[in-house]
Design a protein around this ligand. Structure first.
Ligand SMILES: *Cc1c(COP(=O)(O)O)cnc(C)c1O
Length: 428
């Protein structure tokens, strides 16, 4: 399949090119040229996760990956489950945090890493990325140990939690981490400078692992299929009712993937985009005016985004009729988030702020609807706020406990592009 640029529609590229390029001309996002038709969704749903995911992804990657390559990529990338957990009679959570870095970003990052490695063949490439936490860990683990790929991750020194830092700075090998004396914005500016430096980009085969990469979104479509598959297995159709999915949203990649799933034929009635106080989208859907405010820091910090970079894809799907009249949005404030975490704990489920925002947004569901919300991170990743809110200690899962004792391998650097350039040019 071909992918076209939503801003510069003449730019049409293969899946491989879209993955390598990330963004199109004029910062445009790539989008599939047409939606494949799956005639028999029910038999697709009956398949095991990995096998089904290969079938769902095959039409999108056709021409860039053989069936055999795709199958091995998916098997390597999706080596952990997506799990439906019942919460109450009409509610369930889709737990997406059973991967190596305990967040849903593992699905997309691992699939993209495997694709990039396949496409770069024997050419050496350098992945340069800036992180304020979760993305760095997912990217580092996804690329760790892959031949011919050097990964350099920048992060603001002293501005992320120690546990978060340990999750990506202790790996070593092909994963290099730099603690920048500055803010996250400084880190992002350095990455931008590097991509604008054509000589540097050419010499080191520069590539990004950005969340707007189409491969990450397509990977995420697969767990929406898995959610519907598990729910229909657990309940008969009549008992299930109409499915409503609430997505805790920051950059809106997860929502985009869900809508793609619906466009492919998944029986989901509607979606709720749940945000924290960063409510650009809820305001936009009610007023029609796109007016990002200054970003507000919240306890669901992975959603502290005021200008979500995947929104043009959502808007395109709504306006082109691919998914009409099935998206609403709701903003949930800090107090409501904490109250909701306590309510969930009373139902026997220890959650974290992002999932709580999504659960809260399901409150207006009707009796004939069944509400699923996405669990995007393991509660232990937000240990402090979870413990403070619930007033009880929570344990560390093995993935976090293992790296907590390892030494941090980062080097320090000023927020100075000349220094970063020298570092990147020096072959490792
Ligand atoms: C990244 C992230 C989100 C937001 O996902 P988007 O696809 O950017 O909307 C939500 N929760 C957690 C824990 C995240 O890491």
């Amino acid at each position: 399949m071909q992918f076209y640029n939503l801003k510069e529609n003449d730019e049409v590229v293969s899946f491989a090119q879209a993955v390598k390029q990330g963004l199109g001309k004029n910062q445009g996002l790539f989008f599939p040229e047409k939606m494949p038709a799956f005639d028999d969704i029910e038999s697709l749903l009956a398949l095991p996760f990995v096998e089904r995911s290969v079938k769902v992804l095959a039409p999108f990657v056709q021409g860039s990956l053989s069936e055999k390559e795709l199958s091995s990529i998916v098997t390597n990338a999706f080596n952990f489950p997506a799990q439906i957990q019942p919460i109450s009679e009409h509610r369930a959570i889709l737990e997406l945090f059973h991967g190596p870095t305990l967040a849903f970003k593992d699905f997309g990052a691992r699939f993209m890493a495997q694709c990039l490695q396949t496409f770069s063949k024997d050419k050496k490439i350098t992945i340069l990325t800036a992180t304020s936490g979760d993305t760095g860990a997912a990217v580092a683990h996804a690329f760790h140990g892959l031949a011919n790929i050097r990964v350099v991750i920048l992060y603001p020194k002293g501005k992320i939690s120690l546990l978060q830092e340990k999750m990506f700075t202790t790996l070593g090998d092909n994963i290099e981490t730099i603690a920048i004396d500055g803010t996250f914005d400084d880190c992002q500016a350095l990455v931008k400078d590097a991509f604008n430096d054509k000589e540097l980009a050419q010499t080191i085969g520069l590539n990004s692992a950005n969340s707007i990469n189409i491969s990450r979104l397509l990977a995420q479509v697969c767990y929406y299929f898995e959610a519907v598959a598990q729910l229909t297995r657990q309940k008969s159709k009549q008992n299930l009712g109409d499915l409503v999915v609430s997505v805790p949203s920051g950059n809106f990649g997860n929502l985009t993937a869900g809508l793609l799933g619906k466009a492919l034929g998944l029986p989901i009635k509607r979606f709720i985009a749940a945000t924290n106080a960063n409510d650009t989208v809820p305001r936009y859907l009610s007023t029609g005016d796109w007016e990002p405010h200054e970003t507000i820091a919240t306890i669901s910090n992975a959603m502290d985004v005021s200008n979500p970079n995947n929104w043009p894809r959502v808007e395109h799907m709504i306006k082109s009729g691919l998914v009409e009249g099935c998206v609403s949005a709701q903003s949930v404030d800090e107090e409501e988030t904490q109250i909701t975490m306590i309510q969930l704990a009373k139902l026997g489920y220890i959650s974290e702020p992002h999932a709580a925002v999504a659960y809260k947004a399901l409150q207006d569901c009707e009796d004939n609807e069944f509400g699923v919300f996405l669990g995007t991170a393991h509660p232990a990743k937000f240990k402090e706020v979870v413990e403070n809110t619930l007033g009880q200690p929570i344990g560390l899962p093995k993935e976090l406990a293992d790296c907590a004792g390892e030494p941090i391998l980062s080097i320090d650097m000023a927020a100075d592009f000349a220094q970063l350039r020298d570092y990147l040019m020096s072959a490792k």
